[in-house]
Design a protein around this ligand. Sequence first.
Ligand code: MN
Length: 292
Amino acid sequence: MTTTALKHVESIDRTAQAHWVGDGFPVKSLFSYHEDAAANDPFLLLDYAEPYEFQPANTPRGVGAHPHRGFETVTVVLQGEVEHRDSAGNHGVVGPGDVQWMTAASGVIHEEFHSHEFTRRGGTFEVLQLWVNLPAVNKREQPAYQDLRAAAIPTVSLENGGTARVIAGELFGATGPARTHTPMTIADLNLAAGTTTSLNLPEGQTTLLVVRSGQLMVNGGQSARGVSLVRLSRDGDAVELAAAEQSAVLLLTGAPIGEPIVGSGPFVMNTESEIRESYREFQSGRMGRLPA
Ligand code: MN
C-alpha cells in the first residue's frame, strides 16, 4: 500500500498578459522563460489563445517565417485549424483535437497560419502553444516532427463524468502518443461541474495546471478560475481538483532538466554565446529556409 501526500499550491497567477502573435493568434502568456524559468523547468513558455471568433476571409492570418532553436513547440488545437510549413520539409494542417509536436533542436524556420479552409469558413479559434526545453545534449540534434492526430490521443472517461486526453506520459493508466526527450505528462482535462477528481502525479516533477475555463478548488483549499496558472510543489504525489463549474485544465508535469536557461526571442540555449551564434546562423541562412 503506497501512501499519498498532496502536492501543495505554490502560486495561482491570473495576471496573464494578452497580446497578438502575428495577426492570427490572440494569446494570453501564462508563463515564459523570462521569469520563473527554474520553477517551470522543463517548460519554457505557454501561450493560450482563448476562443475567438474570426469572420470569413480570403487571406490566412498568422505568423510568417520565423526560426526556433534549442527546444520543442507543442501546439494543441482545440477549435479551428492551424496550417504549418517548415524548413525541414514538414507541412500539415492541425485540426481540433490534434497536437503538433515540433522538435526545433538545431533549428527550423517555420510559418504558422490559419488553414485556408478555416480562413474561408471563419469560426471559433482556440489553441494552446507550449514550449518544452531540451537537455543541452539534444539541442544540436536534427529537427523532428510528430503529427499527433486526435484519434491517436487516448481519452479516458473519468468515473464522475469528466474526461482526460493523455497527450504525453501516463495518467489514469493511459499512455500518450508523444515521444519526449525527458519524463513528462501532458493531459487535457475536462472536469464536470460538481465533481472531484484525484490525480496521482510523479513525485519530484514540476507540476503546473493551466486553467482554461471554469472554476476549481485545489486540494479543498484555494480556488482557481480561468484563465490562470496554478503551480504545485514538486514534493508530493497527488492533487485533488473539485470543479465548481465545468472546467478545462491542461495538466503539465515534467522532470526538471536542471541546466542553465538562456533565451532570447525564438532561441533558448544554455549560454549567451550560443544565443549570439544562433542569431548569426539564422541571419546568414544557415538555419535553413522555407521551401518557395
Ligand atoms: Mn513558431
